[in-house]
Write a protein that binds this ligand. Structure first.
Ligand code: ADP
Ligand code: ADP
Ligand code: MG
Length: 633
């Protein structure tokens, strides 16, 4: 008998990885439990392995051969003397065979029993069950005759637009919106392919597609003594490809009547399957109506917003319920408002493609924010699994205050070495419709590429901010620094100051502090180091390499091209072919972003070719002049 832990549960194995494994272990440790991690070959150095008291290898990198291998996980539990297994989310968390295998091995599964999981595991059966329990479900078709001809007939009855869904679906996979009849056959075969690849089950159902809806879900928890509590609701309407991005608790702007109906329906859903432990009942909401979508028979990614508002630890409750403890009769009223933003290793400027790499720098805001992270500075981000790096969770008295806190927390986050979706998250916190709680599941798609500021404009702003920082009177302290890019030239008796640096995508750049109007006050943060200027702008890092006095602005010497550092218009070309030029001499004057920029010679030389004329518009990176070095002449 363990002398510590929860009831008879002294050792907990977490059959997962990433932030959820770390988060579950944190609570288990606080409760005095011993923690066991499992890992694949891709995760030998992962944070969840370092976090655990003991770690057991369960197989090679592919999930099928490790995190999804029931036998391997059960063996690890036996070998490590685990009393209980927490499945986290994803992987085996909703696998009824796994829950049964735990029971058969005499290990407590922290979640519902296999029967409840099976009943809710298929969307068609779950919907039938819910309809019988008096819970409203999205109108549509489900059935055994899966022939195309039959599905086409049924689709006409359901009407367009409609949604094709995999009955075994999850994680947004196997879903297709069909707006017109003729798109149906292609959608059916695409959804079938995805469904059989992802779930080993190609069966489909049809649902009326609700336009511009919200996703509202209700957290429930039941004990084995017959008590089922709803723990209020969350809004998870900000989604990309049916995957949640920012979630909040409570759901804003619901009528008391709808809120009450959703809570009641969720409890009825759990009771209909004799549910035990924590689960979530998902609804789609339009106007004052809500329809059952599915029940997720596990802890959700977004559970921390509920914890924040209720002041509870859901993993502790899960462990207590699993140990046989009864739930309290009632819970405290919700307080304030909470948001969670999911930080992914993906590139929002490149189709949100997942990215890997080493986290060269990682700094989270340290006050008034909860961070559930999967990684630490120096870690390698692997691309074998989900790209979730961390969740940023904030809580405040009102929705507006919590959202402002979220924006500030995201802006204070510094991640280097791996591209993340931070800029997209920042943009969402500033979205007018989201701020006014007018969001729908279509919001992110509707913004498309316009969610983020254009890259060229951001580069230019970054350059302006960098120049501003170098040229500002406050920078005079740097005068003694030989790398401080402050030059004073006496040209026609006027002292001018320039900042020089180069930047990928912006080329080499000499910004004139004298001609441009002062850049507008800006929320960006500028860090000046000996050899670079780092500008954090709206969640993105722009790095400008500093170029010393007399050194050419471009790598590879003074010989080469002067290119447009940004898109704009040529106002003036100050030199002609063959002219000898002195270092610092004005070459071309560009107008961009309502500012004049004088491009100057980074070194002495001769003009070999002029490629533009005054009045001409130029693209970012377009050649303006070709220069030859002095010794070439
Ligand atoms: P949540 O509501 O908790 O965000 P999701 O449906 O987004 O739930 O799933 C959480 C995680 O589990 C995601 O990483 C998702 O890709 C994964 N996931 C969900 N369902 C499945 C499934 N059936 N098989 C494999 N992974 C899944
Ligand atoms: P999954 O198991 O993949 O999570 P869900 O059935 O929960 O699948 O649906 C995921 C998301 O797809 C929902 O949050 C919602 O944004 C959208 N969705 C699902 N059903 C509908 C529908 N009938 N009409 C409009 N959007 C829907
Ligand atoms: Mg869902």
């Amino acid at each position: 008998m363990p002398d510590r832990g929860v009831g008879k549960l002294g050792t907990l194995l977490v059959a997962n990885r990433g932030e959820i494994a770390c988060r579950v272990m944190r609570t288990a440790r606080r409760l005095g439990m011993r923690t066991v991690a499992v890992y694949s070959d891709a995760d030998v150095d992962a944070l969840h392995v370092r976090t655990a008291d003991l770690a057991v290898r369960i197989g090679p990198a592919p999930a099928r051969a490790s995190y999804l291998d029931i036998d391997a996980v059960i063996r690890a539990a036996r070998d490590s003397g685990a009393d209980a297994i927490h499945p986290g989310y994803g992987f085996l968390s909703q696998n009824a065979d796994f829950a049964d295998a735990c029971a058969a091995a005499g290990v407590v599964f922290v979640g519902p029993g296999g029967a409840a999981m099976r009943a809710m595991g298929r969307k068609d059966e779950a919907k039938a069950l819910m309809r019988a329990a008096g819970v409203p479900v999205v109108p549509g078709w489900q059935g055994d005759d899966q022939d195309d001809a039959n599905l086409v007939r049924e689709a006409e009855r359901v009407g367009f637009p409609l949604l094709v869904k995999a009955v075994a679906g999850g994680g947004g996979k196997g879903m297709r919106v069909v707006r017109r009849r003729e798109e149906l056959p292609a959608a059916l075969s695409a959804a079938r392919g995805e469904a059989s690849r992802s779930f080993g089950d190609a069966r489909l159902l049809l649902e009326r597609y609700i336009e511009g809806p919200r996703h509202v879900e209700v957290q429930v928890i039941s004990d084995r003594h017959g008590r089922c509590l709803h723990l209020h609701e969350r809004d998870c309407s900000l989604q990309r490809r049916y995957q949640k991005v920012i979630e909040e608790c409570p759901a804003p702007g619901l009528s008391d009547s709808l809120r009450g109906r959703l809570h009641d329906a969720a409890v009825r859903a759990a009771q209909a399957v004799h549910y035990e432990n924590a689960g979530t009942v998902e609804f789609i909401v339009a106007g004052n109506e809500g329809w059952f979508l599915e029940m997720n028979t596990r802890l959700q990614v977004e559970h921390p917003v509920t914890e924040a508002v209720l002041g509870v630890d859901l993993v502790e409750w899960q462990l207590r319920v699993a140990a046989g403890e009864p739930l309290p009769e009632r819970i405290a009223a919700p307080r304030g408002h909470a948001f969670e933003a999911r930080v992914y290793a993906e590139d929002p400027r490149n189709g949100y493609l997942p990215v890997g790499g080493r986290l060269e720098a990682l700094h989270w805001p340290d006050r008034g924010v909860r961070i559930d992270a999967a990684v630490e500075e120096g870690d390698r981000v692997v691309t074998d699994y989900d790209a979730l790096l961390a969740k940023v969770i904030v809580h405040d008295a009102t929705r507006a205050q919590a959202l402002a806190r979220l924006e500030a927390a995201l802006l204070a986050t510094r991640i280097e070495g791996v591209t993340t979706n931070l800029a997209a998250l920042v943009a969402l916190t500033r979205d007018a419709d989201f701020r006014d709680a007018r969001m729908t599941t279509a919001l992110i798609d509707a913004r498309g590429d316009h969610l983020l500021q254009p890259l060229e404009a951001q580069r230019e702003r970054a350059a302006q901010l960098a120049a501003g920082a170098l040229l500002a009177p406050a920078a005079t302290a740097e005068r003694a620094d030989p790398w401080a890019a402050r030059d004073g030239w006496r040209l026609q008796g006027v002292s001018e100051t320039v900042a020089r640096f180069s930047m990928p995508g912006l080329g080499s750049l000499v910004i004139d502090g004298g001609t441009g109007r002062a850049p507008p006050a800006d929320p960006g943060t500028v860090e000046v180091t000996a050899d670079e200027v780092r500008v954090w702008l709206d969640g993105e890092l722009f790095r400008l390499a500093r170029v010393a006095h007399g050194a050419p602005a471009a790598a590879g010497g003074a010989v080469g091209r002067v290119t447009a550092p940004m898109p704009g218009a040529v106002l003036d070309v100050r030199v002609a072919v063959g002219a000898f030029i002195a270092r610092g001499q004005p070459l071309v004057v560009l107008e961009a972003m309502k500012m004049e920029h004088t491009l100057r010679a980074a070194a002495a030389g001769r003009v070999a070719a002029v490629h533009v004329t005054a009045g001409q518009r130029v693209r970012d990176g377009e050649p303006l002049l070709t220069l030859e070095g002095e010794d070439a002449t």
